[in-house]
Design a protein around this ligand. Structure first.
Ligand code: ATP
Length: 805
C-alpha cells in the first residue's frame, strides 16, 4: 500500500458544526464538535422511555451525531419547518424518525384526552388516534430507500412491544420499582392497551403494491405513519380520498373510514432536492401538497440541500420555488464538515505554516479519488481497480455506478465472466428490474459476507445513489460521472458512513472531463489523483498531483495495449450469445444518449466523446448506426486528411488516435443461446433469404424513390429560385415603367414651362440609388446612354430644339 507523504503531514480532524438559523440569513459556523455530540440520555427534552430504550438496545447507540443533536430537540419542541443538510452517512434518518415518534406519542395522548375513554368514539379500541387517521407522511425518491426507512420505524415499534412486555414481566414479578412519576405516567396507557392498536405498523407504499384500486377496500389500511415514493403516495392519497367526493353516501362513508387526514401534522421529504427537481416527482409532490392539510410542518432533508437554494432551475428548487410550494420560512439546520490541515514544516528554524481549515461536503473518512484514462481504457481501469483494491488494500465490498440501466444490465453479464473477476460476487440493481428482484438483489448484496478473497460488487444506476445505508461498503467506483453533479457526493457517500473509512474512485476520460475535478473542488468536494493503474499496479494515489510514470500516461494519446486485449476478452464473451451483442449495442447507445444529458454539458461534451474508444470499452463487435458515430467518423476522417497535408493540430491527433475496427465475423451464423429466439431469428433469416430478390428490388426501389425525392427537392428549389427571380424582374419592370411614366410627365411639364434645366440632383440620385441594386435599370441606363450618344448626346435639348424649330 502506498502511503501518502502529504497525508503524513496532515492532521485531519473532522469538525462538525451545527448551524441553525432562519432561511433568510446566511449559515455561519457557530462552533465545533466531535463526530458525536452528546449522549441520548442527556437529550432535552427527555425522550419517551420506550424510544430511548430502543435506541440503546435495538440500535445500540449511546451518543447522538451532530445533526441529531441539533435537530431532534428543536423538531420535538418547536413548531417549525426545517431544511436540513448534513453529509452522507451522518444519521439524518434518526434525526427525523425520533421526533416523528415523539410527536406521535404526544398527539396520541392529546387525542386520547380529547376523545375520552378508549374506543368511545372510533369504535376501534384505539385510545387516541383512530385507525384511519394519518399523522405523518415520509416521502422518499426510491423504493429501496422507502423500504429502509420503513424498517427503521418497524424497529422502534418492535422495541415498543419488547419494552412493554419487559415492563409487564417486571411488574408481575413485583420487581418494578418506579421512582419517576413521569415514567409511570408514560407506562400506564401502554400497559392497558393493545400496542398494535395504538401504534400499528407504518404503511409502506412502494411499487409492486396495490395503491390505485377503484375500491378502497382493496387498498392497504392506513396507519398514523405512511412512508413511500411520491407516485405511490400521491395515488394512494387521491384514490383513498377521491371516493369521498362521490355522491354515494356509502362510498363516502367507506372512504372516510378508509383514510382521514384530520390529525395530519408532519410531511417529511427525505432527499428533498431530488424530489423537488425531477419533473415526475414534482408532479406527484404537487398532488400530495394539494391533498394534505395546509396546517402541517414540513421537514426537508438532504446531503445536498443547500446547493439547490442557489440554483435556478425549471423545477421547484431555489428559494422562490420553495416558497411557491408553500415551504416558506424554513429554518436551516446545516451541519458542516471541516478538515484542519496542519501547515507544512518549514526548513530550518522557521515556524510551521499555520493550520488551514477547509470545509467539505463529503465525510472526512471518505478518500475521494479520480483516475484519468482514455475512453477505450475505462473497463480495463474498472477491472484493475477492483483487483488492486482487493489485493493491495484488502477491500471487499464495492459499488459501481453506471449511467443507464442497459449498461448495468450488460456489464453485469460481462464482468462476472472475466477471468480476472471470477472470484467476485456480482449483483445488479436498476429501475427496470421488477420490484421483487430489486429487493432480493439488495438483500443478497447486504448479507453477502465479503472478504478480499471473495469480494462482492453491486453494479447499479442512481436508483441506489441516495440514502441507502448498505453496510461495510469499502469502495464506490463511478464508471460514468452522474448526470446531475449533486448526485456525485450521494454516490460516493455509500462508503465511509458514520466515521467508517471508505474510498471513492471516479473514472474520467482525458480531455474536457478533466474539468470535472476543478468543478467539484469549487463545490467543496476535493478529489485526489490516483495514477492510471498499470498491469503490475500498486495502489498509487498520487498525492502530489504529479503525473504517473506509466507508459499510458506518458504519451497523451497512446492507448494502453491492454485495452485492446480487454476488448477482445469481452468480445469473446459476447460471441457466446447473440443476445449479449444486442445488449451491448443497447447499453452503448443508451450510454451515448445519456452523455448528452449531463447537466455540466460544458465538461461532458458529446462532441468530444470518443465513441470508438467507448465502443472498445464496451467490447462491441461492430458499431451501431447512430448520428454520433457518423459525426465522429467524419471528424476522424477529416483529421486524417489534415494529417496527410501536414496540417494536423492537437485535437486532430486525439481524433486520429481514436480507431475502430469491426470484428471480422459472419453475422448470419451468430446465434442466440435461447432456442426460441434463435429459431425466430433463423426463420426471419430464411424469409429474408427467400425474399432476397424481392428485398433487393424493394431496396432498389426505395433508393430510387429517395433519389427522385432528392431530385424533386432540387427541381423544386430550382423552380422556386426561378419564380423568385421572375418576381424580382417583374417588380423591377413595374418600377421601370413607373419611373418612365414619371420621367415622361416631368419632361412634359418641363417642356411646357420651356425650361432647359437638367434633371434635379434628387432625381439623379434616385435613379442612381435604384441602379445600385437593379440590373435591369443598368441595362436601361446603358440603352439610354447609347441612344444619347447616337443623338449627339443631348436628347432633351434636341427634342427641345425640334419643338422650337
Ligand atoms: N447516533 C448514532 N450512533 C451511531 N450510529 C448511528 C447513529 N445514528 C445513525 N447511525 C447509523 O449511521 C448510519 C447512517 O445513518 P443514515 O442512513 O441516517 O445517514 P444519512 O445522513 O441519512 O445518510 P444519507 O445522506 O446517505 O441518506 C446508519 O447505519 C445508522 O444506523
Amino acid at each position: 500500500m502506498v502511503t501518502s507523504t502529504k497525508r503524513k503531514q496532515e492532521q485531519i480532524q473532522a469538525v462538525a458544526a451545527a448551524v441553525i438559523e432562519p432561511s433568510s440569513k446566511k449559515p455561519k459556523t457557530t462552533g465545533s464538535a466531535p463526530s458525536f455530540a452528546g449522549s441520548w440520555d442527556k437529550l432535552k427534552p427527555i425522550l419517551t422511555p420506550w424510544i430511548l430504550e430502543t435506541i440503546h438496545t435495538t440500535f445500540g447507540f449511546t451518543n447522538l451525531t451532530p445533526v441529531q443533536a441539533s435537530l431532534i430537540p428543536l423538531a420535538i419542541s418547536k413548531n417549525k419547518d426545517f431544511l436540513v443538510e448534513a453529509v452522507t452517512g451522518s444519521g439524518k434518518t434518526l434525526s427525523y424518525v425520533v421526533p416523528i415518534l415523539e410527536r406521535l406519542v404526544a398527539k396520541e395522548a392529546e387525542m386520547a384526552k380529547e376523545r375520552g375513554s378508549a374506543g368511545s368514539q372510533g369504535g376501534t379500541g384505539v385510545k387516541g388516534l383512530r385507525r384511519n387517521e394519518v399523522f405523518a407522511l415520509v416521502v422518499v425518491p426510491t423504493r429501496e430507500l422507502a423500504v429502509q426507512v420503513h424498517a427503521v420505524f418497524e424497529l422502534f415499534f418492535q422495541g415498543l412491544r419488547t419494552y412493554v412486555a419487559d415492563q409487564k414481566a417486571m411488574n408481575s414479578h413485583g420487581k418494578e420499582e418506579t421512582t419517576d412519576d413521569a415514567t409511570q405516567q408514560e407506562q400506564q396507557p401502554l400497559e392497558t392497551t393493545i400496542i398494535e392498536e395504538i401504534y400499528p405498523s407504518p404503511l409502506l407504499l412502494v411499487s409492486g403494491q396495490t395503491t390505485t384500486s377503484k375500491s378502497t377496500t382493496a387498498l392497504p389500511a392506513p396507519s398514523p405513519i405512511i412512508i413511500g415514493t411520491p407516485g405511490r403516495v400521491a395515488s394512494y392519497l387521491s384514490t383513498s380520498l377521491s371516493t369521498s367526493s362521490s355522491s354515494s353516501t356509502s362510498a363516502f362513508a367507506r372512504a372516510r373510514k378508509h383514510l382521514s387526514l384530520t390529525p395530519f401534522s408532519l410531511l417529511i421529504l427525505d432527499e428533498a432536492d431530488s424530489l423537488l427537481s425531477s419533473p415526475d416527482h414534482l408532479r406527484n409532490m404537487h398532488t400530495i401538497w394539494q391533498t394534505v392539510p395546509r396546517q402541517r410542518r414540513n421537514w426537508l432533508f438532504s446531503a445536498t440541500m443547500m446547493d439547490v437554494l442557489s440554483e435556478r432551475t425549471n423545477g421547484l428548487l431555489g428559494q422562490t420555488g420553495l416558497e411557491r410550494a408553500g415551504l416558506k420560512n424554513l429554518t436551516r439546520v446545516v451541519v458542516k464538515v471541516e478538515t484542519k490541515v496542519k501547515g507544512r514544516e518549514q526548513e530550518g528554524n522557521e515556524p510551521a505554516a499555520p493550520a488551514e481549515v477547509k470545509q467539505r461536503r463529503t465525510p472526512v473518512s471518505l478518500q475521494n479519488t479520480y483516475i484519468l484514462c482514455h475512453a477505450a481504457e475505462k473497463t480495463l481501469q474498472l477491472v484493475r481497480a477492483l483487483c488492486t483494491e482487493t489485493t493491495n488494500n484488502e477491500h471487499s465490498k464495492f459499488i459501481v455506478y453506471f449511467s443507464t440501466c442497459a449498461a448495468v444490465d450488460y456489464f453485469y453479464r460481462i464482468l462476472r465472466r472475466l477471468p480476472e473477476l471470477s472470484h467476485f460476487h456480482f449483483s445488479s440493481l436498476h429501475g427496470h428490474l421488477p420490484p421483487p428482484i430489486r429487493t432480493s438483489t439488495l438483500s443478497t448484496f447486504t448479507s453477502h459476507t465479503s472478504t478480499p478473497l471473495r469480494p462482492s460488487v453491486l453494479l447499479c444506476t442512481d436508483v441506489a445513489a441516495r440514502g441507502l445505508d448498505l453496510p461495510d461498503v469499502d469502495v464506490v467506483v463511478q464508471y460514468d460521472a452522474p448526470m446531475d453533479p449533486k448526485v456525485f457526493s450521494h454516490r460516493a457517500g455509500r462508503a465511509a458512513r458514520m466515521g467508517r473509512q471508505g474510498k471513492g474512485i471516479v473514472l474520467l476520460t482525458k480531455g474536457s472531463e478533466e474539468g470535472y475535478i476543478e468543478f467539484l473542488a469549487l463545490r467543496k468536494i476535493p478529489l485526489r489523483k490516483q495514477a492510471y493503474i498499470g498491469p503490475e499496479a500498486e495502489d498509487q494515489v498520487d498525492n502530489e498531483g504529479g503525473e504517473s510514470s506509466t507508459a499510458a500516461e506518458k504519451s497523451p494519446f497512446a492507448v494502453d495495449p491492454a485495452a485492446d486485449a480487454m476488448q477482445l476478452a469481452i468480445q469473446n464473451i459476447v460471441l457466446e450469445d447473440r443476445d449479449l451483442a444486442d445488449k451491448a449495442a443497447k447499453a452503448f447507445v443508451s450510454a451515448v444518449r445519456a452523455y448528452s444529458k449531463h447537466e455540466a454539458s460544458y465538461i461532458f461534451r458529446l462532441r468530444d466523446l470518443d465513441v470508438f474508444g467507448m465502443g472498445k470499452s464496451f467490447g462491441l463487435l461492430r458499431l451501431p448506426r447512430m448520428p454520433e458515430i457518423r459525426d465522429w467518423k467524419d471528424r476522424v476522417a477529416k483529421a486524417r486528411e489534415r494529417q496527410e497535408k501536414g496540417k494536423a493540430g492537437d485535437d486532430d491527433e486525439r481524433l486520429i488516435s481514436s480507431t475502430w475496427q469491426d470484428r471480422d465475423m459472419n453475422w448470419d451464423e451468430f446465434a442466440y443461446v435461447s432456442k426460441t429466439r434463435e429459431a425466430q431469428r433463423l426463420a426471419e433469416l430464411k424469409e429474408a433469404e427467400s425474399k432476397k430478390d424481392e428485398i433487393a428490388a424493394e431496396r432498389e426501389q426505395a433508393a430510387k424513390a429517395r433519389r427522385e425525392m432528392a431530385e424533386k427537392r432540387v427541381a423544386w428549389s430550382v423552380k422556386k429560385d426561378r419564380k423568385d427571380r421572375k418576381d424580382v424582374r417583374r417588380e423591377k419592370k413595374d418600377r421601370k415603367k413607373d419611373w418612365e411614366a414619371k420621367e415622361a410627365k416631368r419632361l412634359e411639364v418641363e417642356a411646357g414651362e420651356h425650361t432647359l434645366d437638367k434633371p434635379t440632383a434628387q432625381s439623379s440620385a434616385t435613379v442612381a440609388s435604384d441602379g445600385d441594386d437593379d440590373d435591369e435599370m443598368d441595362e436601361y441606363r446603358e440603352a439610354k446612354k447609347s441612344k444619347k450618344e447616337h443623338t449627339g448626346g443631348n436628347m432633351i435639348q434636341s427634342d427641345m430644339f425640334d419643338d422650337l424649330s
